[in-house]
Design a protein around this ligand. Structure first.
Ligand code: DP6
Length: 333
């Protein structure tokens, strides 16, 4: 019987966004696509304990309140399903600023599901692991697969790989902007939008169309050994990514009361990207439920994009990244 497993997963940032749920098992209302980033890693150790309760450390601090409750409820769901027995000590840390509101729940729950999976009484396929990751956080199901991964809405596999990391010639520069901590978390925010945004149904309809178009573009243009996309294909990808993100934010903004996640620097980075495009550098921005901007470019333009982004006022830190790997166990005893 194993006593300890250490898992790692990469955070992913959506190119086509998930914002809204169906009811059951945290299934999303629309399909989405995310790019896993090698520069954003969560490492989670899961250890059996003889203590009467689970305990959780997050970035070196004992978890309390809502954060603790959410993780214990999650492990409870595994126990109730008959997959786990006993209690666990869980210690998770990110190599990127967690409080900044980057996509930490994606790598967080992917690493946790992978770590718990090592203790499972029944073997779990990647698709079953993705099901469990999704129950923790929808976007986490994409981080199970690495590279470019989708999160589906239907009955079949909850998520899967669209293109392996080595076949994705894209890079991202995450721009952490100066802003106060975000106020409304994704889970609560998307429920508010579903209940009180007049644009919610237009957003979900558009999201489905955008998903289909990007999935087709990936199938057509992402080929093993191809170091970059044809310029027209990348332009189309970038336009889709930006428009899809802005449609999601339009839905958020129209929510009553409004969900306004942006800071002044968010807009400044998006405008800078538009200016650089005018000057010949193909780069597009996307924003999750927070103020930070992820700039999407072809990998050969990553260094130039990072250099320009670093100089923008209001950008506190940049994190350039190539595509990252699938969630995995790195140590087991
Ligand atoms: C805007 O996956 O964090 O980043 O399933 O409620 O945990 P829960 O939500 P979460 O939402 C991510 C929202 C998003 C878009 C995306 O990553 O697709």
């Amino acid at each position: 019987m194993i006593q300890r497993a250490v898992a790692q997963a990469q955070a992913n940032i959506a190119l086509i966004k998930y914002w809204g749920k169906r009811k059951e098992n945290n299934a999303p209302a629309t399909p989405s696509i995310g790019l896993c980033l090698e520069a954003l890693t969560t490492t989670t150790s899961v250890e059996r304990t003889s203590a009467r309760r689970d305990s959780v450390m997050l970035d070196g601090q004992a978890a309390r309140g809502e954060a603790l409750r959410r993780i214990v409820a999650y492990v409870d769901a595994w126990r109730t399903a008959g997959l786990l027995e006993g209690n666990f000590h869980i210690a998770s840390s990110n190599d990127f600023p967690t409080a900044a509101g980057l996509a930490s729940s994606s790598s967080g729950f992917a690493a946790l599901a992978t770590g718990l999976g090592a203790f499972s009484r029944r073997p779990l396929s990647a698709s079953r692991l993705a099901h469990w990751a999704r129950r923790g956080s929808g976007s986490a199901a994409r981080s199970i697969f690495g590279g470019l991964a989708y999160l589906a809405t239907g009955q079949g596999s909850p998520a899967g790989l669209l293109a392996a990391p080595r076949d994705v010639p894209l890079g991202m520069v995450v721009c952490v902007v100066d802003a106060p901590q975000k106020s409304v978390g994704s889970r609560e925010g998307m429920e508010r939008s579903r209940a009180a945004s007049p644009y919610y149904s237009s957003w979900t309809a558009q999201g489905r169309l955008d998903y289909r178009e990007l999935a087709e573009l990936v199938l057509e243009h992402f080929k093993p050994g191809r170091a970059r996309l044809p310029a027209a294909a990348f332009r189309r990808l970038g336009e889709l990514v930006e428009s899809n993100c802005l449609a999601m934010h339009a839905c958020m903004l129209a929510t009553r009361p409004p969900l306004l996640y942006w800071a002044p620097a968010t807009l400044a980075v998006l405008r800078a990207a538009a200016q650089w495009r005018g000057e010949g550098l193909a780069v597009y921005g996307t924003v999750d439920a927070g103020p930070h901007v992820a700039l999407v470019c072809q990998q050969r333009d990553l260094a130039r994009t990072a250099q320009l982004a670093r100089e923008l006022p209001g950008v506190a830190r940049i994190i350039p990244s190539c595509p990252g790997a699938a969630a995995r166990i790195i140590e087991q005893a």
